[in-house]
Design a protein around this ligand. Structure first.
Ligand code: ZN
Length: 353
């Protein structure tokens, strides 16, 4: 650390490493040429600039709206949502490598074709931060008295998918630079198919896409030329059931508590900078000391392989979970925007953007 500090230029704070610089100052202030207040000002300016790129209108109309359709595995709606994700990622300047991980699995409805969507910023980077959600919607029969009303799973999980698209859109120029720097850790987006059960949730009827992907990623030698895989050595951040007002997120795993602390800190920091709206207290969403018990979700196949997991799922679950009322009008757009900003700070810290 000291060596790195000594070679830093003395006239200009490097933008991409403000958080790290502040930490270095605290640890090594005998060596560091800048005052804490200078660092804090620079960090604040950087955070403001990053979160100012989050666009609530774009998130809502450009990213979320096209996902609010029935999208069960193998359906036309599923295909349309995949196309939407492709086109959004394709429009970015960072240059995402996008692929579809397709397979057929037996289900209570017979054999079904599933397609995970994977997008990697730098496929050659040895380590990957995985940011994931499921894009399929559950089979819920429509109301016979109102057949036009179908299950669109706004919070489950159209909103998390839209948040992921907004995150990489807001951070596009920073991710582009990050890729050019050839960092050791890169970002991979995962849009799981088949997260939902077709009938009754069980070990065989659920998590189709995540079971398939965790298995294949653990087998692919990476980086190329090595005998083992480092693809699953980092962290899986899984978003689910997001969109209802006043959500609470709790910490689920001791081994990733320090990453949960970052979410708590980011929420507080953004609140105190006045950058969150409809946000009454500095700690409104992320509550570390409340235990809600484990939740089965797409992280399970990764957890079983020892992957550190940060599970960002609203608990208690929204009251309209798995009902036809999980619709856009139940989504609180300011909450979604605020949470997207918290995740912007999280990604910026993790990837050192
Ligand atoms: Zn669900």
């Amino acid at each position: 650390m000291v060596t790195i500090i000594q070679i830093l230029p003395r006239i200009k704070l490097p933008r991409f490493s403000n958080v790290i610089l502040l930490q270095f100052y605290i640890l090594n202030n005998d060596y560091f040429p800048y005052s804490p207040s200078t660092c804090l000002q620079s960090l604040t300016f950087h955070i403001k600039r990053l979160v100012s790129q989050v666009n609530r209108e774009r998130l809502w109309y450009s990213h979320l709206r096209p996902i609010l359709t029935e999208r069960q595995p193998g359906s036309r709606g599923s295909q349309a949502v995949r196309k939407h994700i492709f086109s959004k990622l394709d429009s970015l300047s960072a240059g995402w490598s996008v692929e579809v991980d397709s397979f057929i699995s037996e289900t209570p409805h017979g054999p079904v074709s599933f397609s995970n969507v994977l997008a990697v910023l730098d496929p050659m980077a040895p380590r990957r931060l995985l940011l994931a959600c499921h894009y399929d919607s559950k089979f819920i029969p429509s109301d016979p008295s109102d057949p036009q009303k179908v299950f669109v799973g706004a919070s489950d999980s159209a909103v998390p998918c839209a948040m992921m698209l907004e995150l990489v859109t807001a951070l596009d120029p920073h991710l582009k630079k990050h890729k050019q720097l050839v960092s050791r850790v890169t970002l991979q987006l995962v849009f799981f198919d088949g997260g939902e059960a077709f009938e009754q949730w069980s070990q065989t009827d659920s998590l189709y896409g995540s079971r398939h992907l965790a298995d294949s990623m653990s087998r692919i030698p990476h980086p190329p030329g090595s005998e083992q895989s480092t693809l699953l050595n980092d962290l899986l951040v899984l978003l689910d059931l997001i969109g209802a007002p006043d959500p609470m997120f709790v910490n689920h795993f001791e081994n990733t508590a320090r990453w949960f602390d970052r979410l708590v800190a980011a929420e507080k920091r953004l609140h105190n900078l006045g950058l969150l709206s409809s946000h009454p207290k500095e700690q409104t969403y992320f509550m570390k000391d409340i235990n809600m018990g484990p939740v089965e979700d797409d992280h399970i196949p990764f957890l079983q392989r020892g992957v550190p997991v940060l599970h960002i799922i609203a608990t208690p679950f929204p009251s309209f979970l798995h009902t036809l009322d999980d619709t856009a009008d139940k989504v609180h757009s300011h909450t979604v925007e605020n949470l997207t900003k918290v995740l912007v700070v999280f990604l910026a810290e993790y990837l050192r953007l």
